[in-house]
Design a protein around this ligand. Structure first.
Ligand SMILES: Cc1ncc(COP(=O)(O)O)c(C=O)c1O
Length: 395
């Protein structure tokens, strides 16, 4: 393909993304290859999506087998893989029922509709307020953008959907005002991913949960980025010792195949009935087959104990590195959702890592680097990453 035609192709795509100047054409495990055959160690995992690495064999086999049977089937009929995946998600969590969509934003959109309908039809109140938090990210649709607590993302897209209030994340004293706002729900990430990899403080979560329980306010946890093992447990809420009413997942659920889901407790899920919500592609046979095969891997007996060992190994090495570096200001996060706050321009380090060391990492804002290793990364790959980070940050 000539350069000329490639440029024309690029220009045919709306300019919503700033792209790095490489084209990835193949992936396997923690590695990806570009058009020229150069190999990269990928610690971005498609932004926390390829949690089992690229093309995990068991998921690939399951998808291939389903491709030979049935690709699409409308939700007018039973879809066995959808029902099995729902059952599997329910058995691994504190929830009772699942709705499937195709992305994180769509899952959050459904969660917002669900709590509104619960408030109106079950609780019979006309309150609509949902409290979310500054620096949060919940998606790019109008409702999820309205839920998002980052003004810069809303520029030019007004007016926003009414019914959202924003409090300061991890701020204990602001929670004293929560009940007065009379919200029907709060919606939060337990590690703010796009907002700079900021984990929620346990004390703050404890207080938030206590207030919500006392005042009958629903809790929605957006696990689109934190879910499917990313933080070291299947779901991040399982690290914080409480049971949300609703969670949303997407990204890692299909190992890279598009899928999203809302998981809810029975009392909330009962607000929906046939015809109240739906999605043509939601829960389709291929996506849910991918989800089921992914979940089977994640719930294998020793998966999380093995992961925990590698997480501890990597964090220990990162902590040592941080002590030796004048550039690293702070390392934070949970499991394999890691933010490195640095002195200097993040984008320069991201570019240098890619160009000189063939190592892929992501910027999150001007001063935070996000590392999202596949949960399956080997000790040798983690060592290799640490060596590159040493070259970058320890002079
Ligand atoms: C926490 C969170 N919620 C929602 C979304 C939106 O997901 P999607 O891009 O699949 O719509 C993202 C995407 O990065 C996310 O990190």
């Amino acid at each position: 393909m000539s350069k000329q035609i490639e440029t024309e192709f690029v220009q045919a795509v709306m300019p919503t993304y700033n792209r790095f100047p490489i084209t990835l054409v193949k992936g396997q495990g923690s590695k990806v290859w570009d058009q020229q055959g150069t190999e990269y160690l990928d610690f971005t995992s498609g932004i926390a999506t390829c949690n089992l690495g690229h093309r995990p064999p068991a998921v690939q086999q399951a998808i291939m087998a389903q491709l030979d049977l049935l690709w699409h089937c409308s939700n007018f009929y039973h879809i066995p893989s959808q029902e099995q995946l729902a059952q599997c998600l329910v058995s691994q969590s504190c929830f009772d029922q699942v709705f499937f969509g195709n992305s994180g934003a769509e899952a959050n959109e459904a969660a917002i509709k669900l709590v509104r309908r619960y408030a109106q039809k079950v609780k019979q109140t006309n309150q609509i307020e949902i409290v979310t938090f500054q620096q949060s990210f919940h998606g790019r649709t109008l409702a999820t953008l309205s839920a998002t607590g980052q003004e810069k993302l809303k520029d030019g897209f007004g007016p926003q959907l009414p019914g959202f209030r924003y409090l300061t994340y991890n701020n204990l004293s602001e929670l004293d005002d929560l009940a007065q706002l009379k919200p029907i729900a709060v919606m939060l990430e337990l590690v703010q991913g796009e907002g700079g990899v900021i984990p929620a403080d346990q004390k703050w979560v404890d207080k938030l949960v206590a207030i919500c329980h006392q005042h009958d306010i629903l809790i929605i946890v957006d696990e689109v980025q934190t879910g499917m093992g990313r933080t070291g447990k299947l779901f991040a809420y399982q690290q914080y010792n409480f049971e949300p009413d609703v969670i949303t997942v997407a990204k890692g659920l299909g190992s890279g195949f598009p899928i999203g889901a809302v998981l809810a407790k029975a009392n909330v899920a009962q607000a929906l009935s046939p015809g109240t919500h739906g999605s043509t592609f939601g829960g389709n046979p291929i996506a849910t087959t991918a989800g089921l095969a992914t979940l089977e891997q994640l719930t294998a007996p020793s998966f999380f104990s093995q992961l925990q060992k590698r997480v501890t190994y990597f964090w220990t090495a990162l902590d040592q590195l941080s002590k030796q570096s004048d550039i690293i200001k702070m390392i934070r996060g949970q499991g394999f959702l890691i933010g490195i706050e640095i002195e200097g321009q993040v984008i320069d380090y991201v570019n240098r890592a890619r160009e000189h060391y063939h190592f892929l990492m992501l910027p999150t804002g001007p001063d935070v680097i996000r590392l999202l290793p596949p949960l399956t990364a080997s000790e040798a790959e983690l060592d290799h990453a640490i060596e590159i980070l040493r070259q970058l940050f320890v002079s």
